[in-house]
Design a protein around this ligand. Structure first.
Ligand SMILES: [Zn+2]
Length: 394
């Protein structure tokens, strides 16, 4: 059987804002939309040459991923031009000039069905103001506050523990209250890893760690401090009735690849204090996505999002969703892209997401696992409704 999802709305549950870009060269477009492929910073930090040959090598790697090739093919369809980076970028620049930047952005979202972005404003740095991004793109935004931005600011200050603790609580309370952020996010998997003891919620642990860092007798104090702040953030999420997003699985080259498995969160999530916290495993732990699906099966307040696997793992989009759905309830899986840089990856990712959702659900119907009606309902849940419910978006 065939599902037609072309008219379904899409909520992108994990993505990042981007700065205004009216006109780009082909190389600039590649740099802002590619996933991986290395960076000049990676080389220069190590004293390696960043000459023309190195730059050409970086460009080649970025353009040689299946994700990037697919991006160019789908944009060539959209702009009715040859699937060539130079031509696609030239067509993109002409469209921005002809339509105006905001109208062009709005069109790219709308033509892929994207109505709402649940957006992590903690990246890029410096952070982009929510109101500015909203005005420039004309799309509904549910902003998310990343706790590591605040932790980095606190670590620069010469203040005592009680003042630090007060500022942490007050800043997050203000973000979730007055400023209208719809949830918190942690990238502790990029810092000290996901093996967080639930006992880290004790403020005494935070105090001991904070004072050890200030005295320069750190040792493992930074992990203890980050673990305390993570637990405190979950408590604040419960107090404000908003979800907590946790980065799991792959990311850029700085991720702690051996400490990012979703399974490492198991002790924390099933600890009685935290059972009531609604948690979204960002990237569904890919490449540990089947493990995340199992966790969503046994833990009733856990959701998984498909971002990064879709679109950056290319053809694996359907495999990741199929393996996630081996165990995860249909009501606990959300579409996400992790798109950044410019509007085009958001558009292409949503189309790829619809394709993967259709392919996986059609195969479940063909195998007699779901009825056609159940598959149609499930598509609506995964693409938008589960995220709407999780984030109380009316
Ligand atoms: Zn992200």
């Amino acid at each position: 059987m065939k599902l037609d999802l072309s008219q379904l709305p899409v909520v992108d549950v994990h993505c990042h804002p981007y700065t205004r870009k009216e006109k780009l060269t082909a190389n600039e477009f590649t740099d802002v939309t590619a996933f991986g492929g290395g960076s000049t910073q990676y080389l220069s930090e190590a004293g390696l040459p960043v000459d023309d040959a190195a730059l050409a090598r970086l460009q080649r790697s970025k353009r040689d991923t299946v994700y990037f090739r697919n991006l160019i093919h789908r944009l060539a369809d959209l702009f009715d031009c040859e699937p060539d980076v130079e031509q696609v970028v030239a067509a993109r620049n002409r469209a921005v000039a002809a339509e105006g930047y905001t109208a062009y952005n709005t069109r790219l979202f709308q033509s892929a069905g994207v109505t709402t972005l649940v957006m992590d404003f903690g990246y890029p740095v410096p952070n982009i103001p929510v109101a500015r991004f909203r005005a420039e793109t004309g799309v509904e935004i549910a902003p998310i506050y990343r706790i590591e931005v605040l932790i980095a600011e606190l670590l620069k200050l010469d203040i005592g523990w009680s003042e630090c603790r007060r500022r942490f609580d007050d800043t997050l309370g203000d973000a979730l209250g007055r400023q209208g952020f719809r949830g918190l996010k942690s990238i502790i998997a990029y810092r000290t890893g996901l093996d967080i003891s639930p006992l880290s919620r004790n403020p005494d642990q935070g105090m001991q760690a904070w004072e050890a860092i200030q005295r320069g007798t750190g040792g493992g104090a930074m992990k203890k401090l980050r673990d305390y702040f993570f637990c405190r953030s979950m408590e604040l999420c419960m107090e404000h009735a908003v979800p907590m997003q946790v980065h799991t699985g792959m990311g850029d080259w700085q991720v702690q690849l051996t400490a990012c498995r979703p399974a490492l969160l198991m002790d924390l999530l099933r600890f009685p204090t935290f059972r009531g916290c609604h948690v979204l495993l960002v990237h569904t732990g890919y490449p540990y996505h089947a493990e995340a699906g199992y966790m969503a099966n046994v833990l009733p307040n856990l959701w998984c999002d498909l971002s990064e696997g879709i679109p950056f793992a290319g053809q694996a989009a359907k495999r990741i969703l199929a393996e996630l759905l081996e165990m995860a309830p249909l009501s606990r899986v959300c579409y996400g892209s992790d798109a950044f840089g410019s509007a085009e990856p958001f558009h292409v990712s949503a189309r790829l997401g619809k394709q993967a959702v259709a392919q996986v659900l059609e195969s479940l119907v063909d195998d007699g696992m779901l009825s056609a009606a159940e598959a149609q309902t499930a598509a609506g849940l995964i693409l938008a409704q589960n995220a709407r419910e999780l984030y109380s978006l009316i």
